[in-house]
Design a protein around this ligand. Structure first.
Ligand code: SF4
Length: 237
């Protein structure tokens, strides 16, 4: 079958363990105010690619990624669950580790099949209250938490990711709330706080989409590290 693929990063080291190829898929149900990839929101700009063709391309990097793997990102990979399941099946047969970078979504029969074959979920918990989640992403915290609960039931490995934005979710209270939300889940193996950067401004200008955080300063690295330490200590990770 065919899927909407935006682009491919042949080798990267920040989206999961080891050296990995990263596939950016098109289509996203959210509109996060800090999104770095607004060019992946719509499917129309992307290339319709055959699952076999994508898998073959990824396997051509095998010698570089055999100890790392492949990560599907986006956009939202779960929107194309059947396509990702097919590509993942081929990659798993070749012995590769597969991760998905996702904001979570209600589990359907198609996503359930995908959850079974994927090794690791990089789950983005974007905001820590339902109100903020709706306001800054257009989505639902409850849906993300339901997805996390399903991953726990399936004993899947999860890394939690959370972008920290000055003036929006950068206080100790925000991080304490995040710790409370995700404490007690055995599936969570790692937490990563990612500092907001406004490097995507040019992309928004080119797409003629207003960037709401144009005047928000980048999140300081040392403050992000302090908050991440606080979170790890709270979770004993
Ligand atoms: S979920 Fe990811 S791709 Fe979609 S709007 Fe949010 S940051 Fe952007």
């Amino acid at each position: 079958m065919k899927g909407y693929v935006h682009s491919l990063q042949s080798l990267g080291t920040v989206d999961g363990p080891g050296v990995r190829s990263v596939v950016f898929l098109s289509g996203c149900p959210l509109r996060c105010v800090y999104c770095h990839n607004p060019d992946t929101w719509e499917k129309k700009e992307s290339q319709l690619t055959d699952a076999d063709e994508l898998a073959e391309r990824l396997l051509s990097f095998y010698s570089f990624i055999k100890k790392g793997g492949v990560t599907f990102s986006g956009g939202e990979p779960l929107l194309q669950a059947e396509f990702v399941t097919e590509v993942t099946g081929i990659l798993k047969k070749a012995g590769l580790h597969v991760a998905i970078d996702t904001c979570g979504s209600p589990v359907t029969p198609a996503t359930e099949r995908l959850l079974e074959v994927v090794d690791l979920f990089l789950l983005d918990i974007k905001m820590t209250t339902e109100e903020d989640y709706k306001r800054y992403t257009g989505g639902s915290l409850q849906a993300t938490m339901a997805f996390l609960k399903r991953l726990e039931e399936m004993q899947k490995d999860v890394w939690i990711r959370h972008v920290v934005v000055p003036g929006i979710n950068d206080t100790d209270e925000d991080i304490e709330r995040l710790a409370t939300l995700i404490s007690g889940y055995k599936c969570i193996k790692k937490v990563e706080l990612l500092p907001f950067r406004n490097l995507c401004l040019e992309k928004y200008r080119a797409l003629e989409i207003p960037f709401q955080l144009e005047n928000t300063p980048p999140m300081k690295a040392d403050e992000t590290e302090r908050l991440e330490r606080m979170l790890r200590e709270a979770l004993k990770l």
